[in-house]
Design a protein around this ligand. Structure first.
Ligand code: HEM
Length: 351
């Protein structure tokens, strides 16, 4: 394979790694498992293509060799790719491992984002156009071998892990590991990104407003209607926990408020300002939970009530819910709210 074809292949695989990696954050139901599979296959192809590249450049960079100018940058890039690939493999093989207070998966995603930014910067400054030789048949043969090898590795990975008794065999299709399923509140309480509000006052009430005919206010006790759901909270930090949740179905609450004509989207808003928006048609599958197991939710898990959104990743399961609003349109600001909510006085715990 020509050097340029190899470098373009590596750059494209890093871009695909970032895209499918971010895609895993939205892969919560088995129907979207293909995104995680595509990430594994692409990541493994990157590792194999890196071997192709290293075989060629090794004589020039090996210890004792007279290194050409610029090889320091190249070696740093190789180290970055290796740390992304190895952290991914450690995670998918060795179980829920943490470093410096964060799971290896979180480090993996962060280093992956740095790698993608480095590749974009490098491509902008120094990309070299492909020539006829770079798209010749031989390159495609090597490309096909790399893709085939990655597919075989992906197919064999779980059976091999099972055979060897490795923790990776027990992970969910999202790559997450079980933490305290069916133990009530005894599973990790994490927050995206760092919301840390004060516990709610005893008299705190949930407001239902927006495009509704009868705006409502409800206490936590009013929300415990006995509606139950067994659902899996799957955190992008790398754990999942299946629990029996209890509270009120969102569509029941909206029926009481009476959705007015035009209302098609429902916003679920936390006391911190954090919010997420759902199509109204999805409301029957969503629950506002006051209890987990038979226990009232603890503050860390979102008391007095949190959203339970089966098939969606944990960051959409809004905690400390204070307002439900019906709107005509989806909510383009929701993504931004997940970043600034930790900086609001309520998000910091100052109000
Ligand atoms: C940008 C370059 C990236 C590359 C080259 C890459 C590569 C890899 C590799 C090789 C694995 C191991 C796959 C396996 O053995 O199953 C992996 C796992 C994983 N990566 Fe990445 N990754 C990148 C970025 C990201 C990002 C940005 C995220 C999240 C936002 C992410 C999320 C994941 C997840 C969830 C797994 C676990 C999958 C599983 O256990 O099956 N990756 N990645």
């Amino acid at each position: 394979m020509t050097p340029r074809a190899t470098d373009w292949g590596l750059a494209l695989l890093v871009a695909a790694g970032l895209a499918t990696g971010l895609g895993t954050w939205f892969a919560g139901s088995p129907g979207s498992a293909w995104v995680v599979d595509a990430h594994t296959v692409g990541g493994t192809a990157l590792a194999l293509l890196l071997v192709v590249k290293l075989r060629r450049v090794w004589p020039r960079v090996a210890p004792g060799a007279r290194r050409p100018p610029g090889s320091g940058r190249g070696l740093a890039a190789v180290a970055l790719v290796l740390s992304v690939v190895l952290s991914g493999l450690v995670w998918s093989t060795a179980g829920h491992v943490g470093v410096a207070g964060f799971s290896v998966l979180v480090w993996h995603a962060a280093v992956g984002a740095v790698l993608a930014a480095a590749v974009v910067a490098h491509a902008t400054l120094r990309a070299r156009r492909l020539r006829a030789a770079d798209v010749a048949r031989r390159n495609f043969v090597v490309g096909a071998l790399v893709a085939g090898g990655a597919l075989v590795a992906w197919r064999l990975q779980r059976p091999l892990q099972g055979l060897l008794g490795l923790p990776g065999a027990e992970r969910r299709f999202t790559g997450s590991y079980d933490a305290g399923s069916f133990t009530g509140n005894a599973f990790p309480a994490t927050s995206w990104v760092a919301d840390r509000p004060r516990p709610a006052d005893a008299g705190a009430r949930l407001h239902v407003a927006g495009r509704v005919r009868r705006p409502l206010e409800r206490s936590a006790a009013d929300l415990d209607r006995g509606d139950e759901l067994v659902a899996t909270l799957d955190c992008t930090g790398g754990f999942f926990s299946t629990q029996r949740w209890r509270g009120v179905r969102l569509d029941r609450l909206l029926d009481e408020a009476g959705v007015a004509a035009g209302g098609r989207h429902v916003r679920v808003i936390s006391r911190t300002g954090y919010r997420w928006s759902f199509a109204l048609a999805d409301a029957p599958g969503l629950l506002l939970a006051t209890h987990v197991g038979e226990e009232p939710l603890t503050h860390g898990h979102g008391a007095p009530c949190r959203l339970v959104a089966p098939g969606r990743r944990g960051f959409q399961w809004v905690k400390w819910v204070e307002r439900i609003e019906v709107h005509d349109d989806p909510d383009p600001g929701a993504v931004a709210s997940t970043l600034w909510s930790s900086f609001t006085p309520a998000g910091r715990g100052d109000a």
